[in-house]
Ligand binder design. Structure first.
Ligand SMILES: Cc1ncc(COP(=O)(O)O)c(C=O)c1O
Length: 374
């Protein structure tokens, strides 16, 4: 079957980025590559398989248990850490799939401890602390209670990791340092209480690049792996390459006469006669409608402006003066010889962040995923 649109995943760039991040953090720091949300839109199974070759991986980082179960079904053997959506009702599934749960509240800790006791088993966990993100994590005033539960139940609860999460690592270094200090206090308290887990981790891509002290003995890069930095200011700190490229095709070319409107709501009116191209990619393929009349694409190495409202399955563009035929390729994200479009640019135009662009663009079944190693 002919797919009009392709998401091309450049695996050589994934490996390049992984190796760059690895050497940036150094040999003594383990890595938890964050591959949740379908590996930020790059395909969780393939990305997990590719990264599984690396010895310095502590875990593959996922959010939902379902993601981990699927990885196990696909034969992924690396340790898996479920970082957020853990529930004690899922314990059987978690244990069967050999997933390590992150315990994000005192209540969940109690429930998992009870489960372990009832079943006469010992469960490995990472404990998560809230140091300022105020989303998940044992809060400052609860740390002593958490420690006490872990100490009293060493036969049933094995704390192998302590973690937290930064809220502003890309933009507020002072606040990030305060969060780190709070986390270090927790680590010390646990150490003083006789619990010194193998892994301590808090750093995401922004913190990896901006605060070396936050690396501890393990880091959790997400966005960086896929070739993007959370802020342009990090540009000179590390050389990363975008992994994802999105291409579609011209499926129709026609004339628009001066004064005529185009697409839903006719938000664009031709000021002159125009040659219009129709591209087989729309908001159902993850192209934000907010990009209507702003989006640019690349056709035959020329930058082309989209015109009119982006539709569910298509958008239109101005081909006046451009050499182009039906079936020609259209680059929506990626580069040609002389031009490029990045997730930063799409994010800026759509008033969002590169994370949201990557996790949405090209995820429909109508977009063929193509993995390339060259
Ligand atoms: C708990 C956790 N750790 C690490 C990351 C990776 O962050 P980044 O993509 O900014 O590197 C995320 C991403 O949202 C996360 O939720």
């Amino acid at each position: 079957m002919n797919f009009h649109s392709r998401a091309i995943i450049h695996l050589n760039n994934l490996h390049h980025n992984y190796q760059k991040i690895s050497s940036f953090v150094g040999r003594n720091t383990k890595i938890i590559p964050v591959i949740k949300a379908d590996a930020y839109g790059h395909g969780i199974t393939r990305i997990a398989k590719e990264l599984s070759i690396y010895e310095n991986i502590a875990y593959l980082g996922i959010a939902h248990i379902k993601e981990g179960v699927m990885l196990r079904k696909k034969g992924i053997k690396k340790p898996i850490l479920a970082m957020s959506c853990v529930d004690s009702f899922d314990m059987e599934t978690i244990l069967k799939a050999d997933i390590t749960p992150v315990v994000h509240s005192l209540e969940l800790l109690e429930r998992i401890k009870d489960y372990a006791k009832t079943n006469g088993i010992k469960i490995d966990i990472h404990l998560k602390f809230d140091t300022g993100m105020a989303r998940l994590g044992i809060r400052e005033e609860e740390v002593e209670s958490a420690l006490s539960i872990c100490r009293k139940n060493k036969g049933n609860i094995n704390v192998i990791g302590l973690m937290s999460h930064f809220s502003d690592s890309e933009s507020d270094l002072d606040w990030t340092k305060r969060q780190l200090e709070r986390f270090k206090k927790v680590i010390k308290l646990f150490g003083d209480g006789g619990i010194e887990p193998e892994f301590t981790h808090i750093a995401n891509t922004g913190a990896i690049l901006s605060l070396k002290d936050s690396h501890l003995n393990c880091v959790r890069p997400g966005l960086g792996l896929y070739g993007y930095l959370p802020e342009e200011k990090f540009k000179n700190t590390i050389d990363l390459k975008p992994v994802l490229e999105i291409q579609s095709q011209l499926i129709n070319i026609h004339m628009l006469r001066k004064g005529e409107g185009i697409s839903y709501g006719r938000t664009f009116k031709a000021k002159r006669d125009m040659r219009v191209g129709v591209v087989a990619f729309g908001y159902a393929d993850g192209l934000f409608r907010a990009l209507s009349n702003r989006l640019k694409c690349i056709i035959n190495d020329r930058m082309v402006s989209s015109i009119g409202t982006i539709c569910m399955d298509m958008f239109m563009c101005d081909l006046t003066g451009i050499q182009a035929n039906v079936s020609d390729d259209v680059i929506i994200l990626g580069k040609s010889e002389n031009n490029s479009i990045t997730a930063y640019e799409l994010a800026e135009q759509a008033n969002t962040i590169p994370y949201e662009i990557l996790t949405n663009i090209g995820k429909s079944i109508r977009v063929k995923r193509v993995y390339r190693s060259q």
